[in-house]
Design a protein around this ligand. Structure first.
Ligand code: EPU
Length: 429
């Protein structure tokens, strides 16, 4: 098993890039299924989840190739060739590895009138159903049944069957359910209205891409999205660049918050990170935006704050492991409330092994800051928590070994190299 080996380090200095957003790239890749032809995506990160999504698309019949890396060392373009005829199935072996594979459901139903997708796996935090996806797609006319662990969907009317635009009201603004219904609606007959839609910047990125493919969408980025269905889409005439990853950016900001120093995230987008930046400011990190990018400085001990996760534009649940880790060494007591995923406090046991003083009660955590953590062997329970434990190691006396590094590879191109380039002592073993 791969591990991260971390020794205390800092202050951090230098310029880094957040890279393309995982949770945008995966949906843009699925959207390529909506039109036959050659699609080009720029800035798609070289991470394991992208490789899995590429395998999902290949199983469906698309060809996925990576062009040569850019002169800046950034990833080469991802070229996706979508055939006219698709195999409307996402196999268990792949969906089981990555929950986000479920976003092929909408495009497959829209393109072929059929879809068979295994029930999704992915990060194991709490109960993560897909009822909101199925409710939205059913409202547009799809019919579902569960057969041998697969969700089998079809659009009545045989091969000519088409989804029909309707008003879809989400009981909760689910991010990927919004993606799925949006991708289904662009080829539906008539107008679809999505109420209580997710407002994440990645949804807007998907809508921009779909618009360049010929879709008619209004209101993406708000909770009321309208889509006038069209008969067919075409590949975007120009390559589409994925928006920067706000969670990777927050990881880097948290690193400087913990270790001190001054860094610049050249592609940081503060307009996608309002609430987490406000919390960072309250903690004592100064973040400014200039022509060179997002500049973050931190020199003193952090001050505790209270945090509650909420759907965008609230503080995203993905930031929480970083905030808890910062609070574990901050001055004072912070109360953290998780409102999205029930099982997302499991890494707290690992932080406790490092000397953090954290008490959890249901979906609340009370974090009493200590001056210093103590290096220990710990396990990455999932992607973001794993990255947070690496950051904890940077503030801990002695050596911290974070095992199960494969979780971290799902969403970071090379976290050890990125942090080391800023002066941290983090290696991959
Ligand atoms: N939910 C339902 N039914 C559904 C869908 C969601 O009850 O049909 C519940 C979930 O169980 C959860 C809450 O709604 O309690 C939030 O789920 P949401 O659907 O918004 O999350 P998601 O779309 O599954 C995406 C990101 C997550 C990120 C969340 C919240 C992708 C691939 N994943 O998940 O990112 O935490 O939105 O912003 O876009 C990650 O990057 O590792 C990651 C987990």
């Amino acid at each position: 098993m791969d591990r991260f080996v971390v020794h205390p380090g800092g202050p951090l200095h230098g310029t880094v890039s957040a890279g393309g957003a995982k949770n945008s790239a995966l949906k843009l890749m699925a959207a390529c299924l909506l039109a036959p032809g050659r699609h080009v995506l720029a800035g798609v990160p070289r991470i394991v989840d992208v490789e899995i999504m590429a395998e999902v698309l290949q199983a469906i019949g698309a060809q996925v190739d990576r062009g040569p890396d850019g002169p800046d060392g950034g990833p080469g373009d991802l070229v996706i060739d979508t055939p006219t005829t698709l195999v409307p199935e996402a196999p268990y072996e792949l969906v089981e590895k990555m929950r986000a594979s479920v976003v092929v459901l909408g495009p497959l139903l829209a393109r072929t009138g059929r879809a068979s997708v295994s029930l999704p796996g992915g990060d194991d935090f709490g109960n993560r159903p897909i009822d909101i996806h199925l409710h939205g797609l059913s409202t547009l006319g799809a019919v579902f049944q569960t057969v041998h662990g697969n969700i089998e969907g079809r659009v009545p009317g045989g091969a000519e069957g088409r989804l029909v635009g309707q008003r879809v009201v989400f009981e909760y603004p689910s991010h990927t359910a919004t993606d799925n219904v949006l991708m289904a609606a662009v080829l539906a007959k008539g107008t679809t209205v999505i109420e209580n839609a997710a407002r994440e910047p990645e949804v807007s990125d998907l809508a921009d891409f779909l618009t360049h493919m010929g879709a008619r969408i209004r209101g993406a980025g708000t909770s009321h999205i309208e889509v006038d269905g069209v008969d067919e889409l075409h590949p975007s005439p120009r390559s589409h660049r994925v928006i920067p990853d706000r969670v990777v950016a927050a990881t880097l900001l948290s690193a400087v918050a913990m270790a001190g120093g001054e860094i610049v995230i050249e592609d940081g987008r503060p307009d996608h990170m309002d609430m987490v930046l406000r919390k960072m400011g309250d903690l004592g990190v100064t973040v400014t935006q200039g022509p060179e990018g997002m500049r973050a400085t931190s020199s003193d001990r952090l001050h505790s704050v209270d945090v509650a996760t909420l759907p965008y534009p609230g503080v995203a649940t993905d930031y929480k492991p970083f905030l808890v880790t910062m609070l574990s060494v901050a001055d004072g007591v912070g109360i953290v409330t998780e409102n999205l995923f029930s099982g997302r406090f499991r890494y707290v046991d690992e932080l406790r092994r490092m000397g953090a003083d954290i008490r959890t009660e249901g979906h609340h955590a009370v974090v009493r800051g200590v001056r210093r953590l103590s290096g220990a062997p710990v396990r990455a329970p999932d992607l973001r928590a794993g990255a947070a434990l690496v950051l904890a190691g940077m503030m801990a006396e002695g050596e911290t070994v974070v095992s199960d590094a494969q979780h971290i590879d799902r969403g970071y191109e090379d976290l050890a190299a990125t942090l080391s380039s800023l002066g941290a002592d983090v290696t991959r073993a």
